[in-house]
Design a protein around this ligand. Structure first.
Ligand code: PGA
Length: 234
């Protein structure tokens, strides 16, 4: 049986942030399930950029499973070192990451809060990933947060909406995204904070929202798949 074809015009980003979760077996099972789901619908012309950001140690396994199953999924890093290669024990440099990822999240609110990352360190991180041709995605909690130069994509994620089950209203998220684009010369703004298969289309139908950044919902391959499918119908 031929799978239905889904067409889309503008590119949307669906970026799954796994945070500090999963085991080897859970990663294998996630890919097993999503690979089966990908055989049910042809998303080739859907113009959605699908990205997952696993913990660093799972990047090789995720990369292998993406290739093996020919999945249209790109990899992103959840974080990056502000330093280049060298004597920085425990750090993962942008140069190391450049063999694995296309994108890097920078300044997620959990990093700003729990690891005291400030604008100086985040500006350094953006510089490092740009040097390695990795696309930085700066996460900001509101439109007043500093946006350094050298960025195209910003994720607007109100702190209170992260992991809380409460989202910003799509109308307000659209307004904030518009301001960021107008005032900060940013071309793409994505929304994050309790995104689910049920609410994703309300955000994507807004003019200024170019994608979503689900955390919790991306851990479940079925939910992540439903987000992709609902986005592709937008
Ligand atoms: P959440 O996380 O979807 O679980 O709210 C989003 C994020 O932290 O990027």
């Amino acid at each position: 049986m031929q799978s239905p074809r889904i067409e889309m015009i503008t590119q949307k980003y669906i970026i799954g942030n796994w945070k500090s979760n999963k085991s080897i077996l859970e990663v294998e099972n996630w890919f097993k399930t999503i690979s089966q789901l990908f055989t049910t619908v042809d998303l080739q012309n859907s113009n959605i950029e699908i990205v997952i950001c696993p913990p660093f140690v799972f990047l090789p396994l995720a990369s292998e499973l993406i290739q093996k199953n020919k999945l249209p999924i790109k990899l992103g890093a959840q974080n990056v070192s502000p330093y280049a290669n060298g004597a920085f024990t425990g750090e993962i440099s942008a140069h190391i990451l450049s063999e694995w990822v296309k994108y890097a999240l920078i300044g997620h609110s959990e990093r700003r809060k729990n690891f005291c990352e400030d604008d100086i360190v985040l500006t350094e991180k953006i510089k490092r990933v740009n040097e390695e041709k990795i696309t930085p995605i700066l996460c900001i909690p509101d439109e007043f947060t500093l946006i350094p130069l050298g960025l195209d994509i910003v994720a607007y994620e109100p702190i209170w909406a992260i992991g809380s089950g409460k989202t910003d209203s799509p109308e307000n998220a659209d307004k904030v995204a518009k301001k960021i684009k107008e005032n900060k010369n940013i071309t793409k703004v994505i929304y994050g904070g309790s995104v689910t298969p049920e609410n994703v289309t309300q955000f994507l139908e807004k003019d200024n929202i170019d994608g979503v950044l689900p955390g919790g919902a991306s851990l479940d391959p079925v939910k992540f798949w439903e987000i992709i499918i609902n986005a592709s119908r937008k």
